[in-house]
Design a protein around this ligand. Structure first.
Ligand code: S3P
Length: 179
């Protein structure tokens, strides 16, 4: 049975490097919403970088911090929530987000993701001898979770500004009464 939804926030989900943070910032600016980045908040609270949490405490500990944070988000309104790429793989996280947010997934092909993340080193899951292979494998395993979003937007062929515009259109469609 699905829970009642009071959509007052926007949650951006999707794989690493699909533009969630950039798009989230643009959407928040335009709607005059607050921007909340789950990774940034976890880092701020723990005083550690995500990569350090993975090394020192392990991935399960990180996932627990994510899940705790998701529970707190139910109290928010007028917030754009930019989530870590693995957060929706916990079905309880996705179910909780859906009670208060329009869940929008930014989708991109593995090659596009690789181009965006190849120069970056802060993502522990991509510190792999074959990052493109790892992206393909992880993306295939996660596809079923990402596709449970309310809206799926391909960010490969659009600028961040265009994607942000699409997010806003979709949000207004579900939150503003039809004339
Ligand atoms: C992760 C994605 C990262 C961060 C952590 C794990 C993942 O967030 O939460 O490194 O499992 O996909 P971004 O999607 O913002 O890079």
């Amino acid at each position: 049975m699905s829970a009642i939804r009071h959509i007052q926030n926007i949650a951006l989900i999707g794989f690493m490097g699909t533009g969630k943070t950039t798009v989230g910032r643009l959407v928040a600016e335009q709607l005059k919403f607050e921007l909340l980045d789950t990774d940034a908040l976890i880092e701020q609270r723990s005083g550690k970088k995500i990569a350090e949490i993975f090394v020192q405490n392990g991935e399960p500990a990180f996932r627990q911090l994510e899940a705790q944070l998701v529970q707190e988000l139910a109290a928010r309104d007028k917030t754009v929530i930019s989530t870590g790429g693995g957060l929706p793989t916990n079905p309880a996280n996705l179910a909780s987000l859906k009670t208060h947010s329009l869940v929008v997934c930014l989708w991109a092909a593995p090659e596009g993701i690789y181009e965006r993340v190849r120069e970056q080193t802060h993502r522990p899951l991509l510190n792999d001898p074959d990052p493109l292979g790892k992206i393909r494998t992880l993306l295939a395993a996660r596809e079923k979770f990402y596709k449970q979003a309310d809206v799926l937007l391909n960010s490969d062929l659009r600028s961040a500004r265009e994607v942000a515009q699409q997010v806003i259109v979709q949000f207004r469609l579900v939150t503003q009464p039809r004339k």
